[in-house]
Design a binder for this molecule. Structure first.
Ligand code: SF4
Length: 374
């Protein structure tokens, strides 16, 4: 089965108050040290790459590695066996004039798609989100990428502090007017250890409640649907033919190779996560003594449950015959009562495929938890 490559660049120029990712503000020397280790890690593991349909640079903010740093990694990967010539190559970027200025060079080195963390197109909300760009700059970055022939995926966030339904509807209108091929809609969640969590605990952050957030999500599905965006995954919509190839690998529980500090891999039934701190990672790669922060061999039943839970994120659902062929009838029979229970409560449908109902979509986290419970 085709697989994917994920490259993690764990550095950011800013620290967004809602984000709990392992992302560091570091001097250029540390970023270059990480880039050197990345190249060495790819060279040492290039044999494991099977037909690869997608390369994805995430973070952090991958553009902190600089155009030359990204080019070096793309060149090494492109020369590796297994990377298909028409592989999708995505780079996450911030919609700032600085990142937009690099888009032409990114395209020329083989990048096909940019994923832009726009979050909001309302100027009043951007400072509270810690973003270092204006709404007009974000829109310009999207237009610039599209003009250059890059595919664009745009992230929008609902339920942010101070946001009302009118702001959200205006964001959706502005996003639709830009005509990106792909839009991701996220609901803000309070993550442990973030500035937002501290402010909220101290009563200094007011957020739209769960019902308002759910209404915003529904409004996004309605408005984007009317504009021709197909809702194909819990948080993702795309114009016809513009779905993310990379994320499909995760949702279909296929193999992926992750490179860089904190990157996860799932290869030949083993899953592990690289050393998360960039300095520790660079030192481990240099010395050859690797200390993955998580290393597990996946029992087939666990893998099957994950295949079902992840596959349900896709609105088309999971083909149960394929699951049976992949894991065996006996294992599938062990999880069928759980699926039937969910179906009896109107959360999934079971007709050759298991798929979320509209109600199941709103309660996806609970559905997945039940399937994953041993
Ligand atoms: S949201 Fe993106 S840019 Fe902001 S801190 Fe997190 S990874 Fe960095």
């Amino acid at each position: 089965m085709p697989s994917a490559v994920y490259v993690h660049i764990p550095f950011c120029r800013i620290r967004c108050p809602y984000c709990d990712f392992d992302a560091y503000r570091a001097p250029r020397r540390a970023i270059e040290g990480h880039s050197g280790a990345l190249l060495a890690e790819i060279a040492s593991r290039r044999h494991e790459l099977r037909p690869v349909t997608s390369l994805y640079f995430g973070g952090g903010t991958p553009t902190t590695a600089g155009v030359a740093g990204l080019r070096a990694v793309i060149d090494v990967l492109r020369a590796a066996p297994g990377i298909l010539p028409d592989a999708e190559v995505t780079v996450e970027a911030n919609p700032t004039p600085r990142d937009a200025a690099a888009f032409a060079e990114l395209r020329d080195m083989g990048v096909t798609r940019v994923s832009l963390g726009v979050q909001s197109l309302t100027d009043r909300l951007l400072p509270m989100l810690g973003r270092d760009h204006t709404a007009a700059e974000a829109a310009d970055a999207v237009r610039q990428a599209l003009r250059l022939g890059l595919e664009v995926s745009l992230d929008l966030m609902c339920g942010v502090p101070g946001q009302g339904m009118a702001d959200w509807l205006a964001d959706l209108e502005a996003a639709v007017a830009l005509v990106p091929g792909h839009i991701s809609v996220y609901m803000l969640t309070l993550e442990a250890g973030t500035r937002y969590e501290r402010l909220h605990a101290g009563g200094r952050l007011e957020l739209p409640d769960e019902d308002e957030q759910a209404d915003m999500y529904e409004a996004a599905l309605e408005r984007l649907g009317r504009a021709g965006y197909e809702h194909y995954e819990v948080s993702n919509l795309a114009l016809p033919g513009r779905q993310s190839r990379h994320n499909r690998v995760y949702w279909e529980n296929r193999e992926y190779s992750g490179f860089g500090a904190g990157a996860s891999s799932c290869v030949s039934g083993r899953r592990w996560t690289n050393e998360s701190h960039p300095t520790a990672y660079a030192e481990a790669v240099r010395s050859g003594v690797r200390k993955p922060s998580l290393l597990e061999r996946l029992p087939p039943e666990r893998s099957m449950r994950e295949t079902l839970a992840l596959g349900l994120r896709l609105l088309e659902g999971v083909d149960l015959i394929t699951v049976r062929e992949r894991y065996g009838a006996e294992r599938l029979a062990r999880v069928l009562p759980v699926l039937e229970g969910l179906a009896a409560r109107g959360l999934v449908t079971l007709a050759g495929r298991a798929a979320l109902t509209r109600r199941g979509l709103m309660l996806y986290d609970g559905v997945a938890a039940e399937i994953l419970a041993p």
